[in-house]
Design a protein around this ligand. Structure first.
Ligand code: GP9
Ligand code: MN
Length: 421
């Protein structure tokens, strides 16, 4: 097994991308506020329904001078959905081909972002309006090194404030601010939203935009819950400004996975006013990524990347080297960034090629193309990355390697039960 870890490290060391010197450490010492945008796909950005923007707040962030907005950023989740997205961004490892690593590999050894930052003086915390056992979070978070986990039991949650998977996003953010203020700075905090979750139910008196009219109920409802989430985000930003936290925090917002599956391609063809075939369906796996850093000039970024790239990107912005860590993703800002984006099923997408179940398309035009040597290499590299990640996770290989300067996490140091419960 130590042979396995050596082989893995030979592979991941070759993937390593040097940080961009202009951005390395620009957010050093700042708080990190991650916002997990449930089921938000990038097509929502600047989409107009009956002449109205669906997500006016997120749209405004795409034009904010201190925000980087990535418009070719993809989710890479499998069956683990939300849990896979979290797994990738904390570890820069892929979720598993079946099931969720959160559930089946909750007791592995990890060298995750909260633990790394914890050893640099950060306090880490997760905020989520569902029960702490969902997706086995309460078990794996202890191995990722999350100091605190504020689940539903920490919120007042009046009956009318709970819908679908838990506390609605607006009361969630409203109540979260005082909890966040109790966390020592600098902190690494993650807020997991849930109102924009399938099948997108919404109390109609709270709706501020009409449903879509495709006739497909969940697709039609999606626009109302996406608008609700967008308003909740805008309110959260206002709370952060009032509390003074905004000025010394980097805010990272990402869509976790698709909200509209390919079973709804017919309705999506109406939404987008073009035929949604397998090529368009792959393009729809784009999710928004925003990185807001006070005092740093942002802009719209077109490089291709995915969720597995978030950890090295964020650590480098904080001025933390990732060289010693076993990671499958690369810093989005690095000139050496690997811009071929694997999907969990072995398909991939890059600026030039979209590969779907053996078929190749030109990403810019959607036309079928022939395989070249370069494409064959992309295919092999995609498979190798996924296979390597699976070996690491399935064999729990990080047990056999401790990066220089990293102290292994002791899960017994953590307890998320609410004493007031
Ligand atoms: C539940 C929420 C939803 O707590 O995070 O998970 P999902 O169904 O999107 O994987
Ligand atoms: Mn989700």
């Amino acid at each position: 097994d130590t042979d396995d870890i050596t082989e893995v490290q030979n592979f991941t060391r070759a993937l390593y991308a040097e940080p961009n010197p202009e951005l390395f450490g620009v957010a050093k010492g700042k708080n990190v506020i991650y916002i997990h945008l449930e089921s938000v796909q990038n097509f929502l950005i600047d989409y107009q329904l009956n002449g109205q923007e669906v997500t006016p707040f997120m749209n405004s962030l795409t034009r904010d001078s201190n925000t980087f907005y990535f418009d070719n950023f993809f989710h890479q989740t499998g069956q683990g959905k939300t849990a896979d997205a979290e797994f990738m961004l904390e570890n820069s490892l892929y979720g598993l081909p079946q099931g969720s690593a959160f559930s089946t590999r909750g007791r592995n050894t990890y060298q995750a972002a909260p633990a790394i930052l914890g050893q640099q003086g950060y306090t880490s915390a997760v905020f989520h309006g569902n029960n702490r056992t969902f997706w086995n979070r309460d078990e794996i978070y202890k191995r990722l090194g999350f100091d605190k986990f504020y689940d539903l039991s920490y919120y007042n949650a009046k009956e009318e404030d709970v819908l679908n998977y838990g506390l609605k996003d607006k009361p969630f953010f409203e109540e979260s601010v005082s909890l966040l203020e109790s966390v020592p700075q600098p902190f690494y905090a993650k807020f997991i939203t849930l109102s924009n979750h399938f099948p997108y139910p919404m109390d109609q008196e709270e709706a501020t935009i009409e449903k879509h009219t495709t006739g497909d109920t969940s697709v039609d409802n999606y626009f109302q819950t996406a608008r609700y989430l967008d308003e909740a985000l805008s309110e959260f930003f206002a709370y952060l400004k009032e509390s003074g936290l905004y000025e010394n925090s980097m805010i990272v917002m990402y869509g976790d996975h698709y909200g509209i599956s390919e079973n709804h391609n017919k309705a999506m063809s109406i939404v987008l006013d073009k035929e949604v075939n397998e090529f368009e369906s792959a393009q729809l796996q784009r999710v928004p990524l925003f990185i807001h850093i006070p005092g740093v000039e942002g802009g719209t970024m077109h490089q291709y990347g995915g969720q597995v790239d978030l950890m090295p990107t964020v650590l480098h912005l904080l001025g933390v080297s990732t060289k010693e860590y076993v990671q499958l993703g690369t810093d989005l800002f690095s000139t050496q960034h690997d811009s071929v984006v694997p999907f969990r099923n072995g398909n991939f997408i890059s600026e030039s090629v979209t590969y779907i179940d053996g078929r190749l398309y030109n990403t810019a035009t959607g036309e079928r193309i022939e395989e070249t040597e370069e494409i064959t290499r992309m295919k092999e590299q995609t498979e190798e990355k996924l296979r390597t990640s699976d070996v690491i996770v399935n064999k729990d290989l990080l047990r056999f390697y401790t990066p220089d300067g990293f102290t292994p996490v002791n899960p017994n140091d953590y307890d998320y039960t609410n004493k007031a419960e």
